[in-house]
Design a protein around this ligand. Structure first.
Ligand SMILES: *Cc1c(COP(=O)(O)O)cnc(C)c1O
Length: 367
């Protein structure tokens, strides 16, 4: 039996009529850019989150960078980011002209280690970007307390956590701002690139909308240096259709996770994802840890089971940061975990048979 890591086609086929109608509706009405479908999705996503304002943009990376610019963060400033994430989280800090300062992660939640944040704060620190990695919420309460004490902005990177909650409240509503990606493989995925920014205050909303649209306040009035970063109408219409199914898919993800945990719970040599009290995990990925990661990955590959690693090299150790000369001992948890993590095949529609097959093969592996 062949098990793919992900299968987006099954999801499309399950809602094909709705999606096709939405897409052709946009084409028939030429509602391509800055159109009603975009405004509708922004409103619907804000309602879903329980957030004040959502501003759509071209992708999740732009969303982060535009946020930093919205807070006037740039040259001479420092921004705290976790040592383990997708590159966008730290990349945007440099694109904005500021310096990323990495903080090690927690070995259980994989999110920023709250006990190591304060030691990294200097008089140049302006913001912190917690990432709800793999769908597990970062400890927002503590992060907000630290941020308040040191007068830092908090920008939640929610690219992997659509639908995740802390104490019944959706992630994306805790920070001064939050960003989402709708890259096709995310929990809420478009059919191309798309992203969004969540803010609480109307002035910031207007500023960020302007930055993302050529600095225009109204047509031909360019009030600041902007850029072109917009969500197009077709992506918005697709996202509106998919948003209605997001909670159902979230439940399916939870079930897949529970199923894997039941199958693999007895194994001594692997550690399974855990949910912290009061949190709701969005299960973007199902990441296990094992000392024999590379061997297990190869073993499964030989049995037609595809696994991936998110991410094999923690951010501080990427070549683009070589100027800082980081060593593994600077980030002991991230450097250990990057050699242990393995993402198992995981998507809402994956069959029980496939989960069982993957689990059985992991049990067959000679640890
Ligand atoms: C996917 C992702 C992004 C960036 O999103 P794009 O839409 O691909 O630009 C940012 N942060 C994290 C943690 C991500 O997983």
């Amino acid at each position: 039996m062949n098990v793919d890591f992900l299968d987006l086609k099954q999801q499309y086929l399950s809602i094909k009529d709705e999606i096709d109608a939405a897409m052709f509706g946009v084409i028939a009405s030429s509602a391509f850019i800055k159109s009603k479908p975009v405004a509708d999705f922004e409103k619907e996503f804000a309602d879903y989150l329980g957030a004040e304002h959502v501003i759509s943009c071209a992708n999740g990376t732009d969303a982060l960078e535009i946020c930093l610019r919205g807070f006037n963060i740039g040259a001479g400033d420092e921004v705290l980011v976790p040592a383990m994430s997708w590159i966008s989280t730290s990349e945007v800090v440099a694109t904005a002209g500021a310096t990323p300062v990495f903080v090690d992660i927690d070995a259980e939640t994989f999110c920023i280690d709250i006990s190591k944040i304060e030691e990294k704060i200097s008089n140049k620190t302006k913001a912190i970007i917690p990432v709800h990695l793999y769908g597990h919420p970062a400890d927002m309460q503590t992060i907000l307390e630290i941020a308040q004490k040191h007068k830092l902005k908090v920008i939640e990177d929610c690219a992997q956590a659509h639908g995740a909650e802390i104490d019944g409240k959706k992630v994306g509503t805790f920070g001064d701002a939050a960003t989402f990606s709708f890259f096709p493989t995310k929990n809420l995925g478009a059919f191309g690139d798309a992203g969004a920014i969540v803010v609480k205050n109307i002035d910031l909303k207007n500023k960020i909308s302007a930055i993302a649209n050529h600095g225009q306040e109204e047509r031909h009035e360019h009030i600041l240096h902007g850029r072109n970063s917009r969500m197009d109408g077709i992506q918005a219409a697709i996202l509106s259709v998919k948003l209605k199914h997001l909670d159902k898919w979230g439940k399916m993800r939870e079930q897949v996770a529970r199923h894997y945990c039941k199958e693999l719970g007895q194994l001594k040599n692997i550690s399974l994802p855990k949910e912290q009290p009061l949190t709701k995990h969005a299960y973007h990925l199902f990441v296990i840890k094992t000392e024999k990661r590379d061997e297990l990955k190869e073993f499964l590959e030989a049995r037609q089971i595809t696994t991936l690693i998110h991410y094999p090299k923690a951010l501080p150790f990427q070549l683009c940061y070589k100027e800082y000369g980081f060593r593994e001992t600077d980030f002991p948890i991230a450097s250990k975990i990057q050699k242990q993590i393995l993402s198992l095949p995981f998507y809402p529609e994956i069959s029980e048979e496939a989960i069982h097959h993957v689990s059985q093969n992991i049990k067959d592996f000679p640890f």
